[in-house]
Design a protein around this ligand. Structure first.
Ligand code: HEM
Ligand code: SF4
Ligand code: SF4
Length: 529
């Protein structure tokens, strides 16, 4: 972890926690930054289409048509113009927060590099969409932006004739060139949409729509802002004069003062260094990837549950190759696998009750096998039925800080990596009074879907569901930010008290346990299975 991540991460834990208290986990804007980005994109697109109906693409008429919207039709076209501008600004804000947050949580390295790398052109396309929009108003700000941008572009030897020449004299700019600017302002956002589509290719079920309440609240905030502080224009452009006092939109035009302060070459070099550094970040510093999930064909029946549950589209179902009487088999694409283990949690063959044959499920992580997990849990078994098993995700509260009398702790790569049959096993075979699953904070699973699938499996809404015979009051699943160890300890203590007060369940005796496991109990410990 880099020094910057070490600073940013605890700040985000606290910020996430605070926003979850204010908005609730489901509506937490920080958990929905990507979805909000899409939401603002659609507001920009729809308001843009509306504004375009009133917009006149002639160089002399453009300013008047925008003024007409703002002043004469302020209640509709004017509001649409303001929504267009403010939703565009909001998109920059959520994009920057989203980028910093993904970096802080280190969700960019290993197999996750793709989403990050495709995010880099998105930044450039978002900025280009906004900047070309400012040209179209053809006021003094547009004049400043158009001249500064084209002079900057002209520094590169890519255009036959300097583009800035179009803005040198009042009669130099013709309607054709202006129409070309309009085309750019439509084409670049369309390219952005394509880039956003690409951005999501390696995540399954991406959250692209914010929850309704959050969407309604964001839209209302933009609408109120549009009514209270409507977007306005500067004085009309006049190529005979140099624009003077300008009110910059800092979200899109924040770096323009640099074009006045530094040479164009320096700004190009700075922009290139920043872009390349950003693009290289998934590999800075190099990341040692953990072993990826492996399929054991002898135990795979082709049910496709692992492919359904994999949050990173890393599993495909292919034609059977081993002659077994099933249509398909699971195949892991190594380059996409982030080693979360969620597929092992979904595999129906991953049952700890198997004793006759070795516990080898259809799919699992070689570095965190379920057989090793069962051994560890077996070693922690307690015959008096007063112990709670705390199975904690390695990305949440550090499991080694949670050991307490009456609490047996084991770490998991993700709560979603635990097959529900293990809970049944702990309660019915290991003498557990209760099982507590502690994952990442609700809505903020490090592996995106681990907490969602776990809740659904526990509620028997998703296969493999918790068996009906398992007393649900003895099972609890909750999420915590990594700094919330005190809260987790309190919650586990209350859970322990509660389950101890429940009527005793049928538990195996110490002799039975000893006979089953063939060793003394209570010597378990924390650590990845
Ligand atoms: C407005 C622009 C952007 C939008 C609308 C957007 C949208 C999204 C969405 C919807 C997701 C999936 C979230 C989920 O369901 O887990 C996502 C993931 C991600 N995005 Fe963006 N994104 C944008 C810009 C960026 C930028 C600029 C970067 C970084 C350069 C970036 C980096 C990432 C990363 C690293 C992930 C996580 C993938 C993972 O969990 O492995 N995004 N984005
Ligand atoms: S969940 Fe298990 S049995 Fe089903 S396809 Fe995947 S590996 Fe095979
Ligand atoms: S461990 Fe399994 S669920 Fe997780 S990314 Fe790899 S194949 Fe997908």
């Amino acid at each position: 972890m880099t020094a910057l991540q070490r600073i940013l991460r605890p700040a985000f834990w606290r910020l996430d926690d605070w926003t979850s208290r204010v908005f609730g986990a489901a509506w937490n804007p920080l958990y929905n930054l990507g979805a909000l980005g899409f939401f603002f994109y659609w507001i920009v697109a729809i308001s843009g289409i509306y504004v375009y109906v009133f917009f006149d693409t002639g160089v002399t008429e453009a300013y008047d048509s925008v003024a007409y919207m703002t002043e004469d039709q302020w209640y509709l076209a004017g509001v649409m113009r303001s929504l267009h501008r403010y939703a565009g600004d909001a998109m920059v804000v959520v994009m920057v927060l989203h980028l910093i947050r993904e970096f802080a949580y280190d969700r960019l390295r290993g197999a996750r590099w793709f989403s990050w790398l495709t995010g880099v052109p998105i930044i450039l396309l978002v900025l280009a969409s906004g900047i070309t929009g400012y040209w179209l108003v053809w006021d003094q700000l547009a004049q400043y932006v158009a001249i500064a941008t084209t002079e900057w572009l002209d520094w590169l030897p890519i255009f036959g004739e300097p583009v800035a020449r179009n803005f040198l004299a009042p009669d130099a700019l013709d309607d054709r060139f202006f129409t070309w600017l309009v085309f750019l302002h439509i084409a670049v956002p369309l390219l952005l949409l394509l880039a956003l589509w690409l951005h999501l290719q390696r995540v399954s079920r991406p959250r692209i729509n914010p929850p309704r309440g959050l969407a309604a609240a964001s839209f209302t905030a933009l609408l109120v802002l549009s009514l209270v502080v409507p977007a306005t224009s500067h004085a009309p452009a006049d190529l005979a004069k140099v624009p003077t006092v300008l009110d910059l939109d800092w979200f899109y035009l924040g770096f323009y003062p640099l074009l006045d302060l530094w040479s164009h070459g320096t700004v190009w070099v700075t922009a290139a260094i920043l872009t390349l550094t950003l693009a290289a970040m998934p590999w800075l510093p190099p990341f040692r990837r953990p072993a990826v999930a492996q399929v054991d064909l002898d135990n795979c029946n082709g049910c496709a549950r692992c492919a359904e549950d994999c949050p990173f589209n890393a599993i495909s179902m292919e034609h059977r190759t081993d002659g077994k009487p099933f249509d398909r088999e699971a195949v892991v694409k190594d380059s996409l696998c982030v080693s979360c283990g969620i597929c092992a949690g979904s595999c129906p063959t991953a049952t700890p009750f198997r004793r006759a044959a070795a516990l080898v499920p259809g799919i699992e992580l070689p570095d965190a096998t379920l057989a090793a997990l069962r051994d560890r849990l077996d070693r922690m078994a307690d015959a008096d039925g007063q112990q709670v098993y705390l199975l904690a995700c390695e990305h949440g509260v550090r499991p080694e800080t949670l050991q307490r009398p009456g609490v047996a702790v084991a770490a998991l790569p993700c709560v979603g990596a635990l097959p529900p049959s293990f809970i049944d096993y702990l309660l019915s075979r290991c003498g557990a009074a209760g099982v507590y699953l502690a994952g990442c904070a609700e809505g903020n699973c490090h592996f995106r879907l681990g907490d969602t699938w776990t809740e659904a499996r526990l509620d028997r809404q998703r296969d493999p569901g918790l068996r009906k015979r398992v007393p649900r009051e003895r099972v609890r699943c909750d999420g915590f930010e990594p700094h919330q160890s005190a809260r987790l300890r309190r919650s586990v203590a209350t859970f322990l008290d509660n389950v101890r007060e429940l009527p005793p369940q049928e538990i195996p005796s110490a002799r039975q346990l000893g006979a089953r496991f063939g060793r003394a109990h209570g010597d378990g410990g924390v650590g990845s299975s």
